[in-house]
Design a binder for this molecule. Structure first.
Ligand SMILES: [Ca+2]
Ligand SMILES: [Ca+2]
Length: 495
């Protein structure tokens, strides 16, 4: 009796283990964290803000800059704020203001951060309108973020023209040789399309900058946005950006072989020919020399409900890009009902890093769990890939304290240190008030996510023999029972 119950149970357990194993193999056995590798997020002490960026050194330093944002007497104030941790994010300094100009009315935009690996010097760049028009500034900390110096204007272009409503992106990167690179959108009228991507470099630690080069090729009626810089070990420079005109909207990568004095003709990264929305491009070079670009992509249809995260790799030094891969595994398409930007199923604003073994890790903001814009709005999701052709199962990384009664994550940014520890910052409004975001931080240690990988791999490898054993035992029991029945029948017949 016991055996007859055991037999089907063992058979189904075997089948279950087998299907689980197949599932694991299908989702690829990649080195990737699961959700438990990311702990609870902590709030970084400071003021209300958004657009946080993070940089890390190899001795426990985590550095966060963000755009502060608060409204007083109907005026909005936006400055660059900064906080640091010297113990891998366990404890934090208070935030303090980095931009020098004392006027509250100055509007700062698009903070960006980078660290010189050799000197440990920390650089923050942004744009502000202290002169009446928006110009890029840079500031440096030589004491691991405890203090910053005087702001340096990157380039005093006489044609600069920026109305505050025009979108800004500033990006900073530092080469292995300590050279500092800054890219930004330079407008020369109040029209979206009167702009270029400018790129300037500094050889003296950010005290002075060369006259900028134009990254994009000249093209009337086109709009260039979202510049993002990557530098490879040979100091070859790459700038990803978006180009849009009346018949085209694409992701491009431009390359400079002379330290940013000039750029080669840009290469198209997206492999579709739709004119649909793209946004938020970032580029990174992995240790194996491959160039990876990630961006927000609306190729699936018109409307925010179709937005996805896309990814492509170049294995030939940026001359061409391989097939595009969708990063998010959520395929929901739910039309917006109330708010045009808050839509279940939308993904956007990705951030990418490459680890020491050339895997890529991506985070982005994700509306897959959207209920409404004051209760449950959007999360931060994460995925990784070994070779860029397939991404791991997406996981949510923004667990705030249990008392949080709303979730509205935006604009995650990620950094990685030389031990492959991952650090993520994002803004959230757990108060339910979407006009008042705070900056949050979470991380996954490489020991945690690499151990998870090893355990998952061992289990995947064990699945097949375990399933085989269970099904074999079930069959053996079945055969044994059949033989016993035949023997009994024979005995009955003989008797
Ligand atoms: Ca300063
Ligand atoms: Ca989507």
């Amino acid at each position: 009796m016991a055996v007859s119950r055991l037999k089907p149970a063992m058979f189904w357990i075997g089948i279950l283990i087998l299907s689980f194993g197949v599932q694991l193999v299908r989702s690829e056995i990649v080195a990737t964290p699961n959700a438990s590798c990311f702990g609870f997020s902590t709030r970084i002490p400071g003021v209300e803000g958004a657009f946080a960026v993070v940089a890390v050194d190899d001795v426990g330093g985590v550095y966060v800059a963000y755009q502060s944002h608060w409204t007083e007497s109907n005026s909005s104030y936006m400055h660059v704020y900064f906080a640091y941790s010297h113990d891998n994010g366990k404890s934090w300094s208070e935030s303090y203001r980095v931009d020098d100009d004392g006027k509250a009315s100055v509007q700062c935009d698009s903070p960006t951060i980078s660290i010189d690996k050799h000197t440990g010097h920390l650089f923050v760049a942004w744009k502000d309108n202290r002169t009446g028009v928006a110009k890029a500034y840079i500031d440096k900390s030589i004491d691991r973020g405890v203090s910053f110096g005087s702001d340096v204007m990157v380039y005093d272009w006489p044609y600069d023209y920026v109305a505050t409503w025009l979108p800004q992106t500033v990006n900073i990167e530092i080469g292995d040789d300590g050279k500092i690179y800054v890219a930004w959108i330079a407008y020369y009228s109040d029209s979206y399309t009167d702009c270029n991507i400018f790129f300037a470099s500094s050889n003296d630690g950010g005290q002075t900058f060369n006259s900028p080069a134009t990254v994009n090729s000249a093209e009337g009626g086109a709009r260039f946005t979202h510049p993002w810089i990557a530098v490879d070990v040979g100091n070859v420079l790459y700038v990803a950006y978006l180009k849009r005109n009346s018949t085209f909207f694409g992701v491009f990568l431009a390359k400079s072989l002379n330290g940013g004095e000039s750029f080669e003709a840009a290469v198209k990264v997206n492999d579709d020919s739709t004119t649909r929305y793209r946004g938020g491009a970032q580029v990174v070079v992995s240790p194996d020399g491959k160039i990876h670009v990630v961006w927000t992509d609306g190729r699936a249809g018109d409307g925010t409900q179709y937005l996805d995260i896309y990814f492509a790799t170049s294995s030939d030094g940026g001359l061409s890009f391989g097939p595009n891969t969708r990063v998010n595994d959520d395929l929901a398409v739910v039309p917006p009902d109330v708010h045009p930007h808050f839509t279940r199923g939308a993904q956007g604003t990705p951030s990418i890093v490459a680890d020491s073994e050339s895997r890529v890790h991506v985070v982005w903001e994700d509306f897959r769990n959207f209920v409404d814009d004051t209760a449950y709005c959007r999360d931060t999701y994460y995925a990784s890939s070994e070779d860029g052709t397939q991404f791991s199962m997406n996981i949510k990384v923004n667990d705030v304290h249990s008392a949080a009664d709303s979730v509205n994550n935006a604009d995650p940014n990620m950094a990685i240190d030389s031990q492959d520890n991952l650090f993520i910052v994002y803004s959230d409004a757990p108060s339910g008030d979407n006009d008042h975001h705070q900056i949050y931080f979470t991380f996954a240690t490489s020991s945690a996510w690499k151990w998870t990988t090893i355990l998952v791999s061992i289990f995947s490898l064990l699945c097949l023999p375990l399933a085989f054993l269970s099904v074999s035992l079930a069959l053996l029991f079945s055969l044994y029972k059949r033989k016993s029945r035949i023997k009994i029948r024979r005995r009955i017949l003989l008797s």
